[in-house]
Design a protein. Structure first.
Lengths: 164, 201
């Protein structure tokens, strides 16, 4: 084995390990802004949802299927942002994620007290209904969708924004 | 000529779509409606001859945000109906798509919570798209201006859905107080999380 391939293996090994452990964190809006401002050529698909939101829960299997199909792409990352109550994080959101095989990073945005501050900062047109999905790359917002997305529609948008 | 017509038709279709998708902005004239109330009678805003305006709230039976605001909606009606701004609640959800929002369950909700205001069915889901409501609860404060109903405020009730005791900005009250005092409304639109409106499939 050449030195280069050993070096490559060493580089890749931690990535493989990291992918089996999905992030589960409670964050504030400034942390969210940093999350979507990464200058790394990765397309970030950010889905705002909540366990109590029927259409959100309905679209999640479609999102997971798309994510599964894209899992080898290093320039693609799906993230779920829960708008559940912070008090329901351990009791509802975490078990829901496990039971539904949500193999993506999940954050709970602990900002239900100043919604009129951060909602327009995500998108000026957003009145606050969920599900809502935002597409970012290199800190730039490429698309905002305030409705339930089916698999085909999600794939189409990913194709469109990837071509931008 | 034919091509021109097609282009014009397409443009017209686009315009109509854009208007529908956007809904009202503050300053727009709102439509009146004739909708069935939980008591079986039909309610129109025109029925309220002495009202100065209305607090129209799109809300529903089980959305956690709508439920959290029920008592505050009743309080708004108790405070502002005598001042000329009654609450008119409209349930925009399709009962087929949201089985918790049938007429019978709306009647039960109104009775259990002793609603002091009409709780109307948006039958056929014709009214909420004209207003541009996207979620529950979604508030539209209207002011009568001669024969017109002018939209003055769109958005949330206050800035803390979870805890009424920890609210420091009461958007709807501030808007109606401003109208009653003949002042301009400081915040004419606000955003807040809510449940998406359930559309007929």
């Amino acid at each position: 084995m050449s030195r280069i391939s050993i070096a490559l293996l060493l580089l890749i090994a931690p990535l493989v390990v990291a992918q089996t452990e999905w992030k589960r964190e409670i964050i504030k809006f400034d942390q969210f802004e940093k999350l979507v401002d990464q200058q790394d050529d990765v397309l970030y698909v950010i889905n705002f949802w909540a366990t109590w939101c029927g259409p959100c829960v309905k679209e999640l299997p479609d999102f997971m299927a798309v994510n599964e199909a894209m899992k080898d792409r290093k320039d693609f990352k799906m993230i779920l942002v829960s708008l559940d109550e912070k008090s329901n994080w351990q009791s509802e959101v975490i078990p829901f994620a496990a039971n539904n095989n949500l193999n993506v990073d999940i954050y709970l945005l602990d900002e239900l007290r100043r919604m009129n501050y951060w909602i327009p900062r995500v998108d000026k047109k957003w009145m606050g209904s969920i599900p809502a999905t935002v597409f970012y790359k290199n800190g730039k917002k490429l698309r905002f969708v305030e409705k339930q997305l089916h698999k085909d529609a999600l794939e189409t948008i990913i194709k469109e924004v990837s071509a931008l | 000529m034919k091509h021109k017509l097609i282009v014009m038709a397409a443009l017209l279709a686009l315009t109509v779509w854009a208007v529908e998708a956007q809904g009202y902005k503050p300053g727009d004239v709102a439509t009146d409606f004739k909708l069935k109330n939980v008591d079986g009678k039909t309610v129109s805003l025109a029925d309220y001859k002495s009202a100065k305006g209305f607090i129209v709230i799109f809300t529903c039976n089980t959305c956690p945000y709508a439920v959290a605001y029920e008592d505050r909606i009743i309080a708004l009606d108790k405070k502002y109906a005598p001042l000329g701004y009654p609450v008119i609640a409209i349930n925009p959800n399709d009962p087929g798509a949201s089985t918790a929002d049938t007429y019978a369950l709306m009647q039960k909700k109104a009775k259990d919570k002793q609603f002091t205001f009409p709780y109307l069915v948006d039958e056929g889901q014709k009214i909420y798209p004209q207003y541009g409501a996207t979620k529950t609860p979604h508030v539209y404060v209207l002011q009568k201006d001669k024969k017109n109903l002018v939209v003055r405020y769109i958005g949330a009730i206050d800035n803390n859905y979870k805890d009424a005791n920890d609210v420091d900005e009461k958007y709807v009250e501030a808007a109606v107080d401003a109208l009653l005092g003949g002042k301009t409304i400081a915040m004419a639109t606000t955003a807040a999380i809510g449940c998406s409106i359930k559309v007929k499939k």
